[in-house]
Design a protein. Structure first.
Length: 344
């Protein structure tokens, strides 16, 4: 098996081929353009038994990695930190050149047995893009509403309600009669902000419709779990992607930051809050835990049992989040196993 390491850049990529013993076979620099994939394949056709290792297949290497995966090539993602360590072990220094970097990527792929395989993008990628876009829109909406709230506070005696919406703001602004030129300016700005809120509301509604459509294509059963709506399910599937990259639920819990970190000292055994991992996924699991701890059902029974054991509400909620991670893992794994195989 020939391993081909790829060091990608914005304008070019460098590929180095190594044989099973790590001996250098050939090097090729390819300009990143519409013909980059075909150029690379024409160069590698001499090695029918080949495997590609791309540094940063979710970053600068996404383009070439996805093209290779879509055409059925064996591709793995090599993190930049791992290839840097391989370069240090191979050369004893940190001097960088593109061919040396590509060779380090190939060496790392040959030695590491648990690298993430690159799969062609599908509906889960769409869900992640939609979830990230929704988060951006939500942040913008909150910022605009806060500015609108400040203006209405100065225009209306007593100000505006805390749960301000476009509909409520419209009603409040109908009776505005500015007495000064400054208040007139405030009113005009408030109208502009109100239009921004309406636009953002429309975009959020369109985003939700797109998320429902992409989620339906995955045939996911996550929405069968209490507290998991279409938006939360889309965010979870989008950020997790291929569940097989997590060998066990424990690995997923570490990725989501729902597994407690051991902080024992001497005879004292204790664990502390895990603030690492994917924080967007952690927030999604937290939302589910809050719903289940509040509403009747198995989740609330588990939560109350932890409270009875002497845990604080926050600790009991963290325990519930860890349990929910196992449930999410089983649902996604089962759905993926029953999903029809993709054809290229």
């Amino acid at each position: 098996m020939i391993t081909i390491g790829i060091d990608p850049h914005k304008a070019s990529l460098t590929a180095v081929a190594l044989d099973p013993t790590g001996r250098h076979l050939a090097t090729r620099r390819v300009a990143v353009n519409a013909g980059a994939y075909q150029t690379l394949m024409n160069w590698t056709v001499r090695w029918p038994q080949r495997r590609f290792a791309v540094e940063g297949a979710t970053g600068l290497g996404r383009g070439i990695a996805q093209l290779l995966a879509a055409h059925g090539e064996d591709v793995v993602d090599v993190p930049a930190t791992l290839s840097a360590r391989a370069r240090l072990l191979d050369t004893g220094g940190t001097r960088k050149t593109d061919p040396a970097d590509a060779a380090s990527v190939a060496h790392a792929a040959m030695r590491h047995k648990r690298l993430r395989p690159v799969v062609a993008e599908d509906h889960t990628t769409q869900l992640r893009l939609l979830a990230e876009r929704r988060d951006d829109l939500a942040v913008q909406r909150v910022r605009v509403l806060n500015r609108l709230h400040v203006l209405l506070r100065d225009l209306i005696p007593g100000g505006a309600p805390g749960d301000l919406t476009a509909a409520k703001a419209t009603v409040l602004m109908r009776g505005l009669r500015p007495l000064t030129a400054t208040d007139a300016c405030r009113r005009d700005l408030a109208r502009d902000l109100l239009n921004d809120v309406r636009r953002l509301d429309r975009q959020l509604s369109a985003n939700e419709a797109q998320t429902r459509q992409a989620l339906a294509a995955t045939r996911s059963t996550l929405t069968d779990i209490h507290g998991v709506g279409h938006i939360i399910a889309g965010k979870i599937l989008g950020h997790i992607g291929d569940i097989s990259r997590f060998p066990t639920p424990d690995h997923l819990a570490s990725y989501t930051g729902t597994s407690p970190l051991e902080a024992s000292s001497g005879d004292r055994q204790r664990h502390r809050l895990n603030t690492t991992g994917n924080r967007r996924l952690n927030a999604a699991v937290h939302t589910i835990a809050v719903c289940q701890a509040r509403d009747p059902g198995p989740g609330r029974v588990y939560y109350l049992r932890k409270i009875a054991e002497g845990k604080t509400p926050a600790e009991a909620r963290r325990a519930l989040k860890r349990r929910l991670t196992n449930i999410l893992y089983r649902h996604i794994l089962k759905d993926q196993q029953h999903r029809p195989a993709r054809t290229t």
